[in-house]
Design a protein around this ligand. Structure first.
Ligand code: BJW
Length: 240
């Protein structure tokens, strides 16, 4: 039996910038979430302990917004690349590691996706550990559907907490030939450190709306909106 060996393994790391043109806000841009919310209040375990209502409302608002937006051309192009690998049109393998908690990669059709900072469309029970899908509002007195205790929290990773799927991510990074970041400011670790880990064995590409302010570790930087640059990059790859 012949075994299929993909000619190239690509890991794509996405950040809030890929979903910006779908209508979701980024964090650190001038008009981003941090211009109106205090990070310490809404994105730390201490903030949630202090004022769970404020934090629940922050995520309820973002969950409601997510229901009203659609994947854009950048999400669709990545899904097309995965499909091309599946159909044998591209001899490669694609893993999307996303820092985003939205589900726009999945709705675009991507299957091989790891949400390292959790998912907006789930909540987590701190009593029993259940992580049920959640599309409505969740408040401090909402009972867990599994154990009925009012101990649900957003299923997201806050500062000081350990990101999810790190073993699988580290294995994929160690074995990849190309590493591409899309729409991330590269300020939040451990994701910000991935490029340094792969630089000795992988080609590194950064796709961002803005040109880098300081010299970067990337081999290539593609400057422009994700909806234009990602389809262009995928076309280049499939044409090669
Ligand atoms: C476009 C565009 C368009 C716009 N087209 N582009 C000191 C040194 C090193 C580390 C630390 C330190 N002090 C503390 C730490 C650790 C800390 C950290 O990194 N802090 C830094 C701020 C310094 N990290 C943690 O605590 C993490 N945990 C951890 O380290 O555990 C230890 C451990 C690790 C590994 C193994 C074992 C143990 C947890 C971090 C959790 C981050 N959580 C958040 C909230 C998640 C839920 C939610 O969404 O609400 O994650 S914070 C927020 O930032 C969110 C994002 O995923 C994350 C990254 O933001 P992102 O995606 O890059 O967005 P922006 O807004 O910053 O950038 C958008 C970019 O898009 C810009 O560049 C634009 O130009 C671009 N753009 N439009 C293309 N149309």
């Amino acid at each position: 039996m012949t075994q299929h060996h993909p000619a190239e393994r690509i890991v794509v790391l996405t950040g809030a910038g890929i979903s910006r043109e779908s209508g979701l806000e980024t964090f650190r841009d001038a008009d981003g979430l941090w211009s109106r919310h205090n990070i310490e209040d809404v994105c730390t375990p201490e903030g949630f302990r202090r004022d769970p209502m404020l934090v629940d409302r922050f995520y309820n608002g973002r969950r409601a917004e997510l229901a009203g937006v659609q994947p854009n051309a950048a999400h669709l192009a990545l899904a097309e690349l995965e499909r091309a690998a599946h159909d044998g049109r591209w001899n490669g393998e694609l893993l999307i590691v996303t820092q985003n908690i939205d589900d726009l990669h999945e709705r675009a059709g991507s299957r091989n996706v790891l949400h390292m900072h959790g998912e907006l469309r789930r909540v987590r029970c701190t009593s029993c550990g259940a992580t049920p899908e959640w599309l409505d509002d969740c408040l401090p007195d909402t009972p867990c559907p599994a154990c009925h205790r009012p101990t649900l929290r957003p299923d997201v990773v806050w500062f000081g907490e350990v990101p999810l799927h790190m073993d699988r991510i580290q294995t994929a990074l160690a074995g990849c030939d190309r590493f591409v970041t899309i729409g991330t400011s590269g300020t939040v670790y451990p994701a910000a450190g991935f490029v340094a880990e792969v630089r000795d064995h992988a080609e590194t590409v950064d796709i961002n709306l803005d040109a880098p302010q300081i010299p970067t570790l990337f081999d290539r930087t593609l400057v422009g909106p994700a909806t234009r640059m990602v389809p262009q990059w995928v076309t280049e790859l499939l044409g090669a």
